[in-house]
Design a protein around this ligand. Structure first.
Ligand SMILES: C[S@@+](CC[C@H](N)C(=O)[O-])C[C@H]1O[C@@H](n2cnc3c(N)ncnc32)[C@H](O)[C@@H]1O
Length: 202
């Protein structure tokens, strides 16, 4: 029986060229993330769980001066990200819960539709905090919905092939961010099925 990370790696390695992966999962949420990046104006940004690099391609179109980095568990997703951003990204294979990245290296960390794959999300959020410069921002985007649907989803998730673990609710997300040390949290629903939470490393 594979654990969630083994399932995620195998699933996303096999889906490098799928239309959904290529366009970006839940890409209609990218606009809110891009608007926030425009306000923050980071020089260095990393996208955690970057998939095929769809979000970083949009970031590069909107903000060509930002130095882009990427991390993903799946080797094939990282290959796709490198090809799509041809030389304009520092992309690495790695686990969000144990990032092979230095302290205080980025002014913005984005994470789109990935945290629901993490069995130990607190470890990943702690890592996001560690790699940010003081004054840097986390821009976290993932699924959320009304409680009865979330409960059903959380029964189904572990049975899915993609290594989905849990749809974390607002209280869980905010508690993790506060425990990691983040301040000035701004959580908002983007669609009935997704949220954005922006948080400051002070
Ligand atoms: C649903 S996809 C989202 C991809 C991309 N962010 C997007 O917007 O299209 C989830 C991504 O998270 C990655 N992932 C899952 N678990 C991970 C982990 N522990 N560390 C890093 N990446 C992980 C998967 O390989 C996959 O590329």
């Amino acid at each position: 029986m594979k654990n969630a990370k083994e399932k995620s790696r195998a699933y996303f390695n096999a889906h490098r060229k799928s239309g959904l992966a290529h366009g970006g999962y839940w890409r209609h949420d990218y606009r809110s993330q891009l608007q926030a990046i425009g306000r923050i104006k980071p020089e260095r940004l990393i996208d955690i769980g970057c998939g095929t690099g769809a979000f970083l391609c949009r970031t590069a179109e909107c903000y060509p001066d930002i130095q882009l980095s990427a991390l993903d568990l799946s080797e094939e997703m990282i290959r796709e990200t490198e090809e799509r951003l041809s030389g304009h990204v520092d992309a690495r294979v790695g686990d969000a819960e144990h990032m092979p990245l230095p302290d205080k290296a980025y002014q913005a960390v984005t994470c789109n539709m990935s945290i629901h794959h993490y069995p130990h999300p607190q470890a990943a959020v702690n890592e996001m905090y560690r790699i940010l410069e003081p004054g840097g921002y986390l821009l976290l985007n993932d699924m959320d919905c009304i409680a009865p649907i979330r409960s059903i989803a959380n029964v189904i998730f572990p049975r899915l092939p993609g290594g989905d673990v849990k749809m974390y609710n607002r209280t869980e997300i905010e508690s993790m961010l506060i425990q990691a040390g983040f301040r000035r949290l701004r959580y908002r629903k983007i669609t009935p099925f997704s949220f954005q939470c922006i948080a400051l490393k002070s």
